[in-house]
Design a protein around this ligand. Sequence first.
Ligand SMILES: NC(=O)C1=CN([C@@H]2O[C@H](COP(=O)(O)OP(=O)(O)OC[C@H]3O[C@@H](n4cnc5c(N)ncnc54)[C@H](OP(=O)(O)O)[C@@H]3O)[C@@H](O)[C@H]2O)C=CC1
Ligand SMILES: O=C1O[C@H](COP(=O)(O)O)[C@@H](O)[C@H](O)[C@H]1O
Length: 491
Amino acid sequence: MKIVPVQSFICVVFGATGDLTLRKLLPALYYRFRDGQMPGDSMIVGAARSGLDDAAYRARARDALHAHVASTDLQGEVVDSFLAQISYVQVDGTGDTGWPVLKDVLGSAGERVPVFYLATSPELYGPICRNLARHGLAGPDARVVLEKPIGHDLESARDINDRVGEVFSEARTFRIDHYLGKETVQNLLALRFANSIFERLWNSDVIDHVQITVAETVGVEGRGGYYDRSGALRDMVQNHILQLLCLLAMDSPVAMQADAVRDEKLKVLRALRPIEPHDVASVTVRGQYAAGAIGGNPVKGYLSDLGEPESNTETFVALKAQLNSWRWANVPFYLRTGKRLPQKMSEIVIQFRALPFSIFPREAADLQPNRLIIRLQPEEGMRLEMMTKDPGPGGLRLRPTGLDISFEKAFATRYPDAYERLLMDTVRGNATLFMRRDEVEAAWGWVEPIIEAWESRPERPRPYSAGSWGPTAAIALIERDGRTWHEDVGT
Ligand SMILES: NC(=O)C1=CN([C@@H]2O[C@H](COP(=O)(O)OP(=O)(O)OC[C@H]3O[C@@H](n4cnc5c(N)ncnc54)[C@H](OP(=O)(O)O)[C@@H]3O)[C@@H](O)[C@H]2O)C=CC1
Ligand SMILES: O=C1O[C@H](COP(=O)(O)O)[C@@H](O)[C@H](O)[C@H]1O
């Protein structure tokens, strides 16, 4: 595969000592460097308050690569050359210290594209941008990358967007939702708009319902402080899951261009039927994991992980979303996500309608409606389930069979991590796979009433055992409609 280098850049990462930078951003940049996409005169500048010098930060970066990059992908000389392009500036994003030094470092940028990646808590986005402007660092080529979450609710999201917007125009603001950078998520665009067969079927005439599951085996790991203020709805649904829903439900963009794609996604978000307070109990379920076992290993409950006696934060959510549109009238989208579920698995199921009438005798065939299963991770691929004739003489017996495409087998190539693609897109100035301000705010606008309704009710999140598929109420949520979650994973 031919890799075209991007323009030379200087990427200043605020939050350089944090988990995201060390676990995701530096490994992603390393891979782009190793593959020849990051030009040799580009620079990565780590920025945080910790008192480190270049050598100490490079040592941390080296440790991070050894911890988070496959050892077979770490070649000594390549690692050394990559680390030589990294420096560190001690800077307080919200205060005065360090900015003159950062300005000096960027003074030598020349033609290199300045990218400011804010991998810090979102409350710092406004102050950091204001400081960038005050110190003359937000010139016309500069762009800013904002990590999710953009705020905690609609009001705080608007506030952050306003403050960032005072310094950076929308075209220069890149709001990350790393799910959009996943290869299989981008493939949803190819599946729908580069093939003629599906688009004609992609509507309520043919589709019965859609399921989106994003299941994780991990708990809150070291992020309990953040997570307990967030919960699954804010952490996963407001962004990743609604973005998946947008890509599945949107109409064809007029072109494969950033605003054309984002205009269509925005229409989907605006078509989401508000969940009224009196419906919250019947169309949403929130859960919190209790102690259990995953893969035969005992795991603690959420409260033990958190080290707190109580918490009302949900680590699981299931809900039934509906769109007010002709295309999707009466087609529910069942969404669920949770931590400490039995397996890490993200999957979309498109369930087609049952046959209107069967010509086959009942004893010859238990006719199953067609189903398209799109596996986002792991074992990326697609399976179209169809009825076929059971081979052999005597009678015409039918059974469901799958047409399978395993991306792993079809493409003998390493799947780049989402951040690799997204980081290079910020340098290219391509915002197609980033969230526009109005999308983020529309998503908060839909999610917020659900949170308010939960908070106004006395019930706590329903407990579920770690290693189960969430509270039984989540099963009831879909079964009340005569449907079931797809759980025969791997079949
Ligand atoms: N970790 C993850 O997997 C994911 C994280 N995110 C988001 O990314 C962001 C960062 O997360 P994460 O890395 O986990 O957080 P961490 O708490 O691990 O890191 C926070 C970073 O911010 C720096 N920092 C704090 N205050 C300042 C300041 N005033 N000026 C400059 N730097 C400062 C800290 O360094 P120092 O103390 O040295 O200043 C540290 O480097 C958050 O918004 C998070 O929600 C999103 C998706 C996944
Ligand atoms: O943004 C987040 O995503 C991760 C899950 O991402 P994945 O790429 O591993 O599927 C989740 O664990 C985390 O809580 C959330 O903040």
